[in-house]
Ligand binder design. Structure first.
Ligand code: NDP
Length: 483
């Protein structure tokens, strides 16, 4: 018998109103191992009611200090339960254990970071002259809706739910269809730590129905969306109906990495970075460095070095020891990545590694071999579009100016990277990249203390850092006649 997971509405675990339950598939075996109830618009409406009611009940009495301490206690519980949660995460998502545990640690860090901000939000007074008092209150927005994708479900859940709760809001969360169990399991910890009923509600189910309903509803006072550009446009249109604030919108990416080291002896760092871009989360990352622009005289040595690195990557199910990359999350994603590999070959790119299913893994599981395309150019779809899999493209560049122009020539503008030992080059390139996030000689700082988000089609708003939590508040000005 499969374990069954339910919706969380108003502090109660329950089935959806029409009784729909769907199987949850392990992407490494293609077998169902659990089932999950899906919500209906009726359930979504109940969740919004509960979240609205919670804004004026026990939750409203919690001081900011208490809210902060609560988030700290959930973070500690996440760490205490990391083994069980990681096992479920590996089964549902396919991530290797070290990556699943790493994401749970990230989730705990978001809870702590924003928990620390809860009692530091302030208003202000404004001097309008004698006989008048003017002050500004910083208040929570109210009911916030959070729509999440499947690639980093726990990281993304905590990076928006934590600031929302720290600032005193209530939440209705719609996880991705493919991955909702880990979100429900995490939400259970919030309930067990004593969160009042209705403050956090989770409704798994189809985004086309539930996401649409939630983003169009006038009870909602803030929307946080992470997902594709196509869905992001629909969410913006839905939000426009009631002029609902969009707190942040984290859409896709097609991050460039510029390799401008001095000579071939310095290629180990960037080659390791390229292998990491393929392996981490099996390339299903919005910040994946997927376009590598390499100084022309280092181009072939770089490709050789990357291919060497890739040979040591082990592809397999999360249950096997030493796996660097697991399966893709779903059949849909597997088919999409495979179709891009075919597009790359049809476009005339040179396949130097991978290009299909890895050998020795049979025909079950959504596994894709680490894939590198060389001799690419910016007019190819594999260079322009987000593949979201273990695939990178490599392109030669004649000098930094050309590399920068090529890097900026893309609809996305999320993250980017430069490899150089020249300090002037590093900072000049950082200032000229048309993106929201730049890393130099490595890849880190994607959240918690620092603002993360994009420009152009990559979205709006920032997650992480002090400004992020302010977006979950609104200002109210109060004027007093003292005469
Ligand atoms: P989708 O846009 O397909 O889905 C995202 C979420 O939106 C899902 O929960 C989905 O539900 C829901 N949804 C679907 N239709 C609607 C609708 N009409 N209204 C409201 N919500 C809806 O993206 P993916 O899940 O495929 O995620 C991958 C994308 O997310 C990539 O483009 C990636 O770059 C981006 N991403 C960006 C990040 C960032 O920080 N910039 C981080 C992670 C991912 P359902 O699952 O039921 O379809």
């Amino acid at each position: 018998m499969h374990t069954s997971y339910q919706l969380l509405i108003d502090g109660v675990w329950r089935d959806g109103s029409d009784g729909t339950k769907v199987p949850v598939i392990n992407p490494a075996t293609e077998e169902a191992f659990a089932e999950v109830s899906w919500g209906t618009t009726e359930d979504a409406s109940l969740a919004l009611d509960a979240a609205q009611k919670a804004m004026t009940s026990e939750w409203a009495e919690w001081s900011p200090t208490r809210r902060g301490r609560f988030l700290f206690s959930v973070a500690a519980t996440v760490r205490r339960n990391i083994v069980e949660l990681s096992a479920l995460f590996c089964q549902e998502h396919g991530k290797p254990p070290h990556q699943a545990a790493g994401e749970l640690e990230d989730a705990a860090r978001y809870l702590e970071y924003f928990g620390g901000w809860a009692d530091k939000l302030t208003g202000m007074t404004i001097d309008l002259g004698r006989g008048q008092l003017d002050y500004v209150l910083r208040e929570p927005l109210g009911v916030t809706v959070h729509i999440a994708p499947w690639n980093y479900p726990l990281d993304i859940f905590c990076r928006s739910v934590a600031p929302a709760l720290a600032a005193g809001n209530t939440c209705v969360v719609k996880p991705a269809e493919e991955i909702s169990l880990v979100t429900l399991a995490l939400a259970r910890l919030f309930q067990e730590e004593g969160l009042p009923a209705g403050v956090l509600n989770i409704i798994p189910g189809p985004g086309a129905v539930l996401g649409k309903y939630l983003t169009e509803d006038p009870r909602v006072r803030g929307i946080v969306f992470t997902g594709s550009v196509e869905t992001g446009r629909k969410v913006l249109e839905a939000a426009a109906r009631n002029i609902t604030p969009v707190i942040s919108m984290e859409l896709g990416g097609k991050a460039p990495s510029l390799v401008f080291v001095n000579d071939a002896t310095e290629l180990d760092g960037p080659a390791g970075g390229a292998a990491g871009a393929i392996a981490w989360n099996a390339g299903q990352s919005c910040g994946q460095r997927s376009r590598w622009y390499v100084r022309r005289d280092l181009y072939e040595p770089f490709i050789e070095r990357v291919v060497e690195r890739i040979r040591s990557l082990k592809v397999g199910p999360a249950t096997e020891a030493g796996v660097s990359l697991g399966p893709l999350v779903s059949k849909k994603q597997y088919d999409k990545v495979m179709s891009y590999i075919q597009i790359g070959m049809d476009e005339g790119a040179r396949l130097v590694a991978g290009g299909g299913r890895p050998e020795g893994l049979g025909d079950k599981g959504y596994f894709v071999a680490p894939t590198v395309f060389a001799d690419c150019n910016n007019s190819m779809r594999i260079v322009r579009e987000e593949i979201f899999g273990p695939v990178i493209t490599v392109i030669p560049a004649d000098g930094l100016d050309e590399a920068l122009a090529l890097a900026n020539d893309n609809a996305f503008g999320l993250s980017s990277e430069i490899w150089t030992s020249d300090i002037t080059t590093a900072h000049t390139v950082a200032s000229r990249l048309d993106v929201g996030h730049v890393t130099i000689n490595g890849s880190a700082a994607f959240g918690f203390e620092v603002p993360f988000g994009g420009v152009k089609h990559s979205g709006l708003g920032r997650e992480g850092g002090p400004e992020a939590i302010l977006a979950y508040t609104r200002l109210k000005n109060v004027w007093v006649n003292l005469k």
